[in-house]
Design a protein. Structure first.
Lengths: 256, 244
């Protein structure tokens, strides 16, 4: 276990190295000024490196094996015939997979560190009106919906591009009808949902499912869950902004 | 003093634990009630969970102490220097250097190479150069994405015109790109932004929008990550059309 911890630590260092190098070069040669409170900042970066090391190591020990095992077990024909009497080609046969996908999407997104970072910043610049937990909650619901739709698509074998395009059309329509101050944040929340925690388990779910459902090719149908998880949070965050707009509108209306 | 420190740490550990509680509940529920299976390696799992909680706490602490100040400081310093050239080259290099070594991207690119060989789109001999080309095109696209995003903050353009324009390009490219690359291209957008890049880039954008007069940190500061997940899709599909 110590060896694994060491390997994870070195991997994290390797990921951080190009950024540290780039920033150091810019600070020394181009900005030519040192960072204020340098000691604190360095301490913070060390904390981030150690934090990520423990986080990734723990995920690999605890979550990924169980998550992958579950994804396999839930899409196992033996389990499905035990809970559903119809044929394996029916989309209803996989209802436990959908439930699992929804709960998995929600719970892993709540724990996603990048989303946490964006939520903290959003809370800071909005003067506290966007609560960190609120934003994470809304994004997590988006990922949950995304994974349900994504697993359903794998089962029925519809075209990925069509679904994504419909998602884009919804985003564009919402963008037209929303107050513009939250639009950039909503767009960003699409990209941050899928990093360390969600991707490995979700990928296992997609590949496992597409190798079980008759007529699906894992090489083509297994992809796309991550893409879904980056479109749907935009829709839910924009929706949240629209509900906010409506609430303000009705408040004004009742005052008059 | 020490007591207060311990209390402080305990409180933060508790917050991290509550962030992870949903995952634990989901896993336990499915394993014991739905699947009715025993837990494999109970001890390892528990130790792993403790690691995750400690790691998350350290990360959150380091974020506020280290990554956010670095990002903000860089945007202040580069604006004060008044050189657009250095600001834009920093943006490009930040996107490029963090993406080229991204493990998730390496994994996706490798998979894409295997699929391309299996479906006879490329010859097996050029598989490794195909994979490298894919990684480089994604890294360049993320660099350009951050650069365009920073340029947008400076100019104060509304984000939705650019993003909607990007969507239109994705849709048009999807019609012409080979079918085998579409799924990978769409996923490539999601895997490019790592856990260290996101806080830095967010702090950079928000810092910039705070310093430049007439920009709102909330409306203008965000959006860099949105570009970084959109442009790779366009580039990967373009790469697919160019190669095949």
């Amino acid at each position: 276990m110590l060896i694994e911890l060491g390997i994870t630590f070195l991997n994290t260092l390797r990921d951080v190295a190009p950024i540290v190098l780039l920033i150091a070069i810019f600070q020394i040669f181009i900005i030519k000024k040192s960072i204020p409170r340098l000691k604190n900042v360095i301490f913070g970066v060390v904390l981030v490196i150690f934090g990520l090391t423990f986080f990734l190591m723990g995920l690999e020990q605890a979550l990924f094996p169980v998550g992958e095992l579950m994804a396999k077990q839930l899409s196992n024909p033996e389990f499905i015939t035990k809970t559903y009497s119809g044929s394996l080609t029916d989309w209803q046969a996989y209802y436990w997979v959908y439930i699992f996908a929804a709960l998995l999407g929600f719970s892993t997104t709540i724990a996603e560190p990048s989303l946490y970072a964006v939520a903290v910043k959003a809370n800071e610049v909005s003067g506290g009106t966007i609560g960190t937990l609120y934003l994470r909650f809304v994004v997590a619901i988006g990922v949950a919906i995304a994974l349900v739709v994504g697993t359903y698509r794998i089962v029925v074998g519809d075209s990925l591009a069509t679904y994504i395009m419909v998602g884009y059309v919804i985003v564009v329509i919402q963008t037209i009808f929303v107050k513009k101050d939250l639009v950039a944040l909503a767009y960003d929340s699409g990209g941050v949902t899928t990093s360390t925690v969600t991707v490995p388990i979700v990928a296992a779910l997609g590949l496992g499912l597409s190798s079980v459902v008759p007529g699906r090719n894992p090489a083509i149908d297994g992809f796309g869950l991550i893409a879904f998880a980056s479109v749907f949070p935009m829709i839910t965050v924009l929706g949240y902004a629209q509900i906010n707009d409506l609430a303000i509108y009705f408040k004004k209306l009742s005052k008059n | 003093m020490i007591l207060r420190l311990i209390g402080n740490i305990a409180g933060k550990l508790k917050t991290s634990f509550f962030d992870l509680l949903p995952i634990i509940v989901v896993v336990v529920f499915f394993q014991t009630i739905v699947l009715q299976q025993p837990f494999p390696n109970m001890l390892e799992t528990l130790v792993g969970l403790v690691f995750v909680v400690i790691g998350l706490m350290l990360f959150v602490e380091g974020l506020e102490l280290g990554l956010f100040p670095i990002g903000e400081n860089l945007s202040y310093a580069l604006v004060k220097k008044g050189s657009l050239f250095w600001l834009l080259s920093f943006s490009f290099l930040l996107g490029f250097s963090t993406t080229i070594a991204e493990p998730a991207l390496i994994a996706v690119a490798k998979e894409a190479g295997e699929i391309a060989v299996e479906s006879d789109l490329i010859k097996p001999e050029i598989e490794s150069s195909y994979i490298l080309g894919l990684r480089i095109s994604v890294a360049i696209s993320v660099g350009l994405a951050i650069l365009i995003g920073i340029w947008r903050i400076i100019q104060g353009w509304p984000i939705y015109y650019l993003i909607i324009g990007g969507y239109v390009m994705v849709i048009v490219m999807t019609l012409f790109a080979p079918e085998e690359i579409i799924g990978i291209a769409y996923d490539a957008g999601g895997v490019t932004t790592s856990t260290i890049t996101v806080p830095l880039v967010t702090a950079l954008g928000v810092g910039l929008a705070t310093v430049i007069e007439g920009r709102s940190p909330l409306t203008d500061g965000f959006g860099l990550i949105a570009f970084a997940s959109l442009l790779p899709m366009i580039f990967v599909m373009g790469y697919g059309m160019f190669i095949f």
